[in-house]
Write a protein that binds this ligand. Structure first.
Ligand SMILES: Nc1ncnc2c1ncn2[C@@H]1O[C@H](COP(=O)(O)OP(=O)(O)O)[C@@H](O)[C@H]1O
Ligand SMILES: [Mg+2]
Length: 379
């Protein structure tokens, strides 16, 4: 059993703060994906876990042992790089066995392990080839196999699929998920690709500018984003965010903006600014005399995705995306009234960017702050 605990990991490069006190608890067997845009600190964090880089402060704990100052070779972790880093002059077999050879394992043992891993990855017929005689996908599997023969406690992968074409990437995602299930080992996987994260992760840690925004299952980060960053980073097109005012009118809490009128709940609320969030797939044409949320605007453009269609609408000066099965039956220039289910609306604090939830009958509280209410709906 391998538990990894990252405690307040901070890393500075001169005046750049690459990691800002990141704390993550990674239980055994997790497929944790570190997700975020380029430059947010993903590789830095992975290199710190591997021992290739020291944190400025904070600790890396593996199975209750503080390994922060331990050399990479003593941590029992294996790293798979984006570049694969295969030895070009060695055969697939020698590449696979290299990690065991430098650890002075017996020749017979290396052969058995290499053949078992090659079998598992479908590389048995390629053992005599050199890396340049392999396809991109095969090279990627050799890089993975080289990590597997060592039977490490943890696999660390830094954008391992980014050199593959789209079709191969989809197939390899499924292979990696299956491999994770059969190895039952902890994987920590870096990517900037939300689809990779959503399809493979058991949990996703979302980084923004060196800060951890949220850690959660794919469903949690999609359905219950903690911040506007998470809400806009996951989902395509991203969640619509409209500057709005929340206030009470005749004992009902309403959220209003140009072209927007939403009744949230009964209650009294001191007037305040909010960001109103709604996902493109949750907006649809409002039926006649709808008493649900109302968004009124003009269709600016339509995008045909084949099975689906996206309409970009101007609602009170904000561009709002609407996504649904094609045809959406909307025309450019048309005025449309849209609605959604009240529980599919989100509120965020425009200053802290954190999600707000409606509690009791008179207040908006920061989502997750009390820890107990993580599943509470907005309204
Ligand atoms: N060796 C380094 N020297 C100086 N700055 C670095 C170094 N490595 C990373 N950085 C900076 O730290 C930040 C995070 O980088 P990185 O972890 O590589 O991001 P990511 O992998 O998410 O794209 C970036 O601003 C990057 O420029
Ligand atoms: Mg990187």
């Amino acid at each position: 059993m391998t538990r990894i605990y990252l405690n307040e990991i901070r890393r500075e490069f001169g005046s750049t703060l690459a990691l800002d006190d990141v704390t993550i608890d990674i239980p055994h067997g997790e497929f944790l994906v570190l997700l975020g845009p380029s430059g947010c600190g993903k590789s830095t964090l992975l290199r710190i876990i591997a021992g290739l880089l020291a944190p400025t402060s904070g600790q890396v704990v593996i199975d209750d042992q503080d390994v922060t100052t331990l050399a990479p070779g003593k941590r029992d972790v294996a790293m798979v790089f984006q570049s694969y880093a295969l030895y070009p002059h060695l055969s697939v077999e020698r590449n696979l066995g290299f990690g065991l050879q430098v650890r002075h394992r017996a020749k017979d043992e290396i052969k058995v392990r290499v053949e078992a891993v090659a079998e598992q990855l479908g590389l048995s017929a390629l053992l005599a080839r050199r890396p340049k005689e392999l396809s991109g996908g095969q090279r990627q599997r050799v890089a993975l196999g080289r990590a597997m023969v060592r039977e490490p406690k943890v696999f660390l992968m830094d954008e391992p699929l980014s050199n593959l074409d789209a079709q191969l990437r989809t197939a390899t995602r499924q292979e990696l998920s299956a491999l994770h299930q059969s190895l039952k080992t902890t994987f920590i996987y870096v990517t900037h690709d939300q689809v990779e994260a959503m399809t493979m992760a058991t949990r996703i840690a979302i980084l923004n500018n060196g800060r951890l925004e949220q850690v959660g299952t794919p469903a949690e980060v999609y359905d219950e984003p903690a911040t506007t960053f998470v809400a806009s980073f996951i989902g395509a097109p991203p969640m619509n965010l409209l500057p709005a005012v929340a206030l009470s009118l005749a004992g009902r809490v309403r959220v209003m903006a140009g072209g927007v009128d939403v009744t949230l709940a009964d209650g009294d609320l001191a007037e305040r600014d909010v960001l109103l969030g709604v996902r493109p797939e949750h907006l649809r044409r409002a039926p006649e005399n709808s008493d649900g949320p109302v968004f009124t605007g003009t269709v600016l453009a339509l995008e045909n995705l084949g099975s689906e269609e996206i309409a970009f609408c101007d609602i009170g000066g904000v561009q709002v995306a609407v996504r649904g099965a094609r045809p959406l039956a909307m025309a450019v220039g048309e005025t449309v009234a849209l609605t959604s289910d009240p529980h599919q609306l989100y509120l965020f604090d425009p200053v802290t960017t954190r999600r707000l939830i409606w509690v009791h009958d008179d207040s908006l509280a920061v989502h997750g702050a009390a820890r107990a209410s993580t599943n509470a709906p907005v309204a």
